[in-house]
Write a protein that binds this ligand. Structure first.
Ligand SMILES: [Cu+2]
Length: 185
């Protein structure tokens, strides 16, 4: 995985979607996305279709989190502590999280309909050895892809005859730091 300048891209999510057979069944899981230090932790979560997510608020202030994303619009109005129940994510896609109170808060949930995915490392490399031989759609997604850019996809046959190279155009890193307090003026 490289960027426009040919440099390795870390933390891209590479997933394999089988074309010849349905993806295997898997047990659904419960995930946590905390609000901690006025941020979403983790900043990026990868979950499976049908999984559930809890949004525990660890901060001493209330948050009001929302998403307008098509796969899973959501809103949890001003709350402290643990919301009454986790939310389910029945459709694949990218869910962008925000907070009505704290404009800089930004988080992502990538919902995948396959168990075969991995993250690129510091060298831009992702390896996947669990998927059986066959035809797959490879999907590549990164949280810094421009919001309007869909994940990149390509069809491949496993086992690969040669490494596949993807080039991603990425936006600059967002500023996730809460504004400095007491610096008014
Ligand atoms: Cu907030």
């Amino acid at each position: 995985m490289v960027d426009g300048a040919g440099k390795p891209v870390a933390e891209a999510v590479v997933s394999l979607h089988p074309l010849d057979a349905p993806a295997p069944d898997r047990d659904t899981q419960l995930h946590n996305i905390e609000q901690q230090g006025l941020r979403f932790v983790p900043h990026v979560s990868v979950i499976g279709v049908g999984d559930q997510v809890n949004f525990p608020n660890q901060d001493p202030v209330r948050h009001h989190i929302y998403s307008f994303s098509k796969p899973r619009p959501l809103e949890i109005k001003l709350y402290s502590g643990l919301p009454a129940s986790p939310l389910d994510f029945p459709s694949p896609g990218v869910v962008v999280l925000g907070c009505n109170i704290h404009d800089w808060m930004l988080g992502f949930i990538l919902v995948l309909d396959t168990p075969w995915w991995s993250l690129t490392d510091g060298g831009g490399i992702a390896a996947q050895s669990a998927a059986p031989p066959g035809r797959y759609r490879v999907q590549v997604w990164h949280s810094r892809q421009p919001a309007t850019a869909p994940p990149q996809t390509r069809e491949v046959v496993l086992p690969l005859a040669a490494d596949e190279v993807f080039t991603l155009q990425l936006a600059p890193p967002p500023d996730l730091d809460p504004p400095a307090l007491g610096m008014g003026g």
